[in-house]
Design a protein around this ligand. Structure first.
Ligand code: URA
Length: 190
């Protein structure tokens, strides 16, 4: 695991497989506990993440931290990654070819972490991980079980910052995640 993990991280750090590498300050591979039972997947780094080389450290990251905390976890206990590892210019959505170039990294991270639960933050994560283009308002709050893994689509934290009235639904989703985590781990440990 350690060797493969280090190799994967090095590969991501040196990646030049798509145009997003040209404007990046830092690659943002992901961070957290690579042995966690729970993986959070966002869309791609924003400005703060690009500057720091860490996922979800800007305003939406602070909200995500609070939500993770609210279900009794620390950010360091879970793993947080993105569909694309380099910042799309002007925070646009990743293009399909950019996501296609980057997804093998996420798949390899998934294989090494082997999580039981994956929380999909927003439509872009749902599109590329589940292959489902449905609106997030329709996908959210319902478990999808595939190949031994529980997927919970929910709103992206930046959508919650834009539309705080959605926080109530997101909180319902996170409570379901907490219950599932207790179920899969017996005692609620991660
Ligand atoms: N938004 C994302 O989708 N990912 C990050 O890492 C930061 C903001």
């Amino acid at each position: 695991m350690h060797e493969n993990w280090a190799q994967l991280t090095n590969e991501i750090a040196a990646c030049r497989k798509c145009r997003l590498c040209e404007q990046r300050t830092n690659v943002v591979p992901g961070e957290g506990n690579p042995q966690s039972k729970i993986l959070f997947i966002g869309e791609g780094p924003g400005r703060d993440e690009d500057l720091q080389g860490r996922p979800f450290v800007g305003a939406s990251g602070q909200l995500l931290d609070r939500m993770i905390h609210a279900i009794g976890l620390e950010r360091t206990e879970v793993y947080i990654a993105n569909v694309v590892k380099c910042r799309p210019p002007m925070n646009r959505n990743p293009e399909p070819d950019e996501a296609a170039a980057c997804m093998p990294y996420l798949r390899n991270q998934f294989k090494l972490i082997s999580p039981k639960i994956i929380v999909l933050l927003g439509k872009v994560a749902c599109r590329y991980v589940l292959g489902d283009e449905s609106p997030i308002s329709r996908l959210r709050g319902k478990w999808i079980f595939r190949k031994g893994v529980w997927f919970m689509p929910t709103y992206h934290p930046s959508a919650l910052l834009r539309a705080p009235e959605k926080k109530k639904e997101a909180w319902e989703d996170f409570k379901m995640v907490k219950a599932k985590l207790m179920e899969v781990s017996g005692r609620g440990e991660i």
